[in-house]
Design a binder for this molecule. Structure first.
Ligand SMILES: *Cc1c(COP(=O)(O)O)cnc(C)c1O
Length: 428
């Protein structure tokens, strides 16, 4: 029997479903999850010592690949100096300075340990700063597992959201309005109904939790106008896109297309920790002054700004600022995406794909979808067959059709070529 199977059975005895985060269980695609023993550059190895080209990268953080020497050295040095003090350290200032330098929409930042904490705190901050309770989120966007964010659309605009998870009381979901992504008319209608009661709108600017769907430019533009007009704060959840789609994140990309554009609050995670538990949220000084100990919005964390995690994050952020880093990463990712399109066309498979920086998505659909509903029209039997076809051939893609993919700086042209070759055979 495969070691993966043995470990999975053992894991299921002591951990619910055998995993510590549901998507790892392969429920969407079937089969046995691979237990990973180590990673090196663009590769991960499972318990049967099988090698995979890794296109998950821990769901985004491993932008440099696994075991980058500079990052390893920084982490080892920090670990020798102490794991955690529960008191401030200079490295927290350095990391905050580094993030703020690259994200001009923020003047201050607070470090936390997970993306969930960052978005939860951002919503609390928006509510505290505006004195309002309601907020808008979009169907298909994931913002971590905070109660008020585990909500799907109600039966109509006049009704509020329904919990998507057991254990979330309807009362907690009642302030969450859930709208369709990229639907300007619905957004305008919601603002005309509740605009003055909205604390904020939270959005993944390039949604990576319904595969890869960009917020259309006119949609972002109108969203910004409406938030400003009604005094609601615009929260960009860049936990996935931050320092992943470009050095200035998704907001930098939108600011290029819409001069002067900026969100009010931003959240980060994944890449800023380089694979360690670290995340952040930030805004203008005017907004951040509401946060404890300056203001009345409480927020805290025993391991926040952890010295080993900040060392890992800082070393990672310094690497991605080296000249040409994103040009090269973006070119490699485009090479993969264009190659996949060609391979699909050769085999007559309906296919569309998109990418930005080191993040990509592909669909077994003839055109790029604009919202969650369309993403979910994908033929999942076909997707699952493709996923397993690739996995068998040593290519580790996300084990669900609604997840994005990630390329790292460690991926070589040969890795991309090997991936396309695997795809050619898997699609045949
Ligand atoms: C991953 C993710 C989160 C949650 O971050 P965790 O560190 O898993 O808690 C929140 N928002 C977005 C957009 C994410 O991709």
């Amino acid at each position: 029997m495969s070691q993966n199977q043995t470990l999975f059975e053992r894991a299921q005895r002591v951990i619910p479903g055998g995993v510590n985060s549901p998507v790892r269980a392969f429920r969407a695609v079937g089969g046995t999850p691979r237990f990973i023993t180590r990673g090196s550059g663009a590769y991960i190895f499972d318990a049967d010592a099988k090698r995979y080209i890794d296109y998950i990268g821990s769901w985004g953080p491993m932008i440099l690949g696994h075991g980058h020497p500079g990052v390893l050295e920084a982490v080892q040095k920090a670990a020798l100096e102490g794991f955690s003090f529960g008191a401030p350290t200079e490295r927290e200032i350095e990391l905050a300075e580094e993030i703020l330098k690259l994200v001009p929409s923020m003047e201050q930042v607070r470090l936390v340990s997970s993306g969930t904490e960052a978005t939860m705190s951002a919503i609390r901050l928006a509510r505290g700063a505006t004195g309002r309770s309601k907020f808008i989120k979009f169907e298909g966007c994931y913002h971590g597992h905070t109660d008020s964010l585990l909500v799907k659309a109600g039966s109509g605009l006049a009704t509020f959201g329904n919990p998507t998870s057991a254990g979330v009381p309807a009362e907690v979901a009642q302030h969450t309005v859930v709208l369709e992504y990229n639907n300007v008319a619905q957004l305008e209608e919601a603002f005309s109904l509740y605009g003055h009661e909205l604390a904020c709108v939270i959005i993944e600017p390039i949604a990576g939790n319904m595969n890869f769907v960009r917020a259309a430019l006119p949609f972002v533009k109108r969203l910004r106008e409406l938030c400003t007009q009604y005094g609601a704060l615009l929260v960009f959840d860049e936990v996935m896109t931050g320092f992943r789609v470009g050095l200035h994140s998704a907001q930098g990309h939108y600011a290029q297309l819409l001069p002067g554009f900026k969100p009010d609050i931003s959240t980060f995670g994944k890449v800023i920790g380089g694979g360690m538990p670290l995340a952040a949220f930030g805004a203008s000084r005017e907004i951040m002054k509401h946060l404890a100990p300056l203001g009345g919005v409480y927020q805290a964390g025993t391991l926040s700004g952890n010295p080993v995690a900040t060392a890992c994050g800082l070393a990672t952020l310094r690497e991605i600022q080296k000249p040409g880093f994103f040009d090269s990463l973006g070119a490699k990712t485009r090479q993969l995406v264009e190659g996949l399109k060609t391979v699909a066309a050769e085999n007559g498979v309906p296919f569309s794909a998109d990418c930005q920086g080191g993040m990509f998505g592909f669909f077994l659909l003839p055109e790029l979808p604009q919202n969650y509903k369309t993403v979910m029209t994908t033929d999942c039997t076909r997707f699952n067959a493709f996923f397993h076809g690739m996995l068998d051939r040593g290519v580790y893609l996300a084990p669900a059709l609604y997840e994005a993919g990630f390329v790292s700086a460690a991926h070589t042209d040969d890795d991309i070529a090997a991936t396309l070759d695997a795809a050619r055979r898997a699609l045949r």
